[in-house]
Design a protein around this ligand. Structure first.
Ligand code: SF4
Length: 387
């Protein structure tokens, strides 16, 4: 090979550059492929429920701390449980973010105490907290416990302290709450569900015989007509709402939403009826009037399973928007006259022919007769063609 001086320097410079690049790691080497270990492989799996709404979606929680040496117990992944009958693996953003709530810095993990007049909370131990609660409860109970009432009847009750429990507790916890409170004679025991389910219990118990939900979310998929009123299931209970969507898709169901707001449920409804806030009773009474007037009633059901045949007392009346028993000074009702007429054995009298003028059916008919479509439209502000 013939090479001159200039060429010799070029070759040397090229060789040095190549060596330097190789030393810096730019030389191609054998490809290295590896499989990343499945992140849940060694996790401990725990089944639970999301408590952020009444759908109660099933969740699978994965944590460290499966007995490994030096592993600190900690939940690090949560996902929907595919075996859960209602949610079938779905979670809405609230449920999907559960792991962040668990590790949130704002999460309260210790008892805190705020002294009277102070604007600061101070952390105290569980022992101190339990001692303090027990001491205060004991003092109040000793001071106010009533063994007998004014008539001398044994009542064994403690009326000056109440207990607010969790509405998201399991049945087992709820039973313990009850046992704890009742064994002390405490009468006032309640939970938040009383607020949101008060009206449903009042309606469900006389209609279906019990105040609790009569079927589950999944059953909604069999409906032909779904009416959402005063709620926004698509946003508040998105996983439960998927069964309404399922009914629409596979059962050709119609979805009607009645609400003052055009919400996300309304967005997927077949019919959205706007309504003035607070006028929902008039809207429903108008529907009852329509159903009775056009004979769209399931007569057998109404007769046998509702209070329609029961006879109301003779001194019950309704006039000018007021029912009997109204005390204008106290602005309260004495509801005694609203009771049923009783037979010799103390049972409410019935008229299964539904012809007695004071049976619930006829009183209801007379009461709702004033809720004509024109009246309802003017009270509720619902466009006539929607109503
Ligand atoms: S719908 Fe959302 S908030 Fe409700 S239980 Fe399921 S995951 Fe929780």
């Amino acid at each position: 090979m013939q090479i001159n001086r200039r060429g010799f320097f070029k070759v040397c410079a090229g060789g040095m550059a190549g060596t330097t690049l190789a030393a810096l790691g730019f030389a191609p080497t054998e490809a290295m492929a590896s499989v990343r270990q499945y992140k849940l492989l060694r996790a401990k799996e725990t089944r639970n429920n999301c408590t952020y709404c009444s759908v109660g979606c099933g969740v699978l929680m994965y944590s460290l701390g499966d007995g490994e040496k030096n592993a600190k117990p900690a939940v690090y992944h949560i996902e929907g449980d595919p075996d859960h009958p209602v949610s079938r693996g779905s979670l809405c953003p609230k449920g999907a973010g559960l792991v962040d709530y668990i590790h949130s810095e704002g999460r309260l993990k210790h008892p805190e105490y705020r002294a009277p007049g102070s604007d600061k909370w101070q952390r105290i131990s569980w022992d101190d907290a339990i001692d303090r609660i027990a001491r205060l409860m004991k003092a109040d109970r000793y001071a106010n416990f009533e063994r007998v009432n004014a008539k001398g009847t044994v009542v064994n009750r403690w009326l000056t302290t109440g207990m607010l429990c969790s509405s998201a507790a399991s049945n087992e916890t709820a039973i313990l709450d009850q046992k704890f409170a009742r064994s002390l004679g405490m009468i006032a025991i309640d939970c938040q569900a009383h607020l949101c389910h008060g009206p449903t219990v009042a309606a469900l118990a006389p209609t279906f015989g019990r105040g609790a939900m009569t079927n589950n979310w999944v059953n909604i998929k069999n409906a032909n007509l779904i009416i959402v009123m005063g709620g926004n299931a698509a946003e508040a209970h998105p996983v439960g709402f998927k069964w309404a969507v399922e009914a629409k898709t596979h059962n050709d169901a119609k979805l009607i939403v009645v609400d003052p707001r055009f919400n996300r449920s309304a967005d997927v409804a077949d019919l959205y009826a706007t309504i003035r806030a607070g006028s929902d009773a008039a809207f429903l009474l108008g529907i009852i009037n329509h159903l009775i007037t056009h004979d769209k009633i399931h007569h057998e059901y109404v007769k046998s399973y509702t209070s329609a045949s029961l006879i109301v007392r003779e001194d019950f009346w309704f006039d000018e928007g007021l029912f009997s028993g109204y005390n204008a000074d106290a602005r309260q009702y004495d509801k005694t006259s609203w009771n049923y007429e009783l037979d010799a054995n103390g049972f409410a009298k019935r008229d299964m022919t539904l012809t007695h003028p004071r049976c619930v059916w006829n009183l209801l008919k007379a009461h709702v007769a004033r809720y004509t479509p024109e009246m309802v439209v003017s009270l509720c502000g619902t466009p006539a063609h929607h109503y």
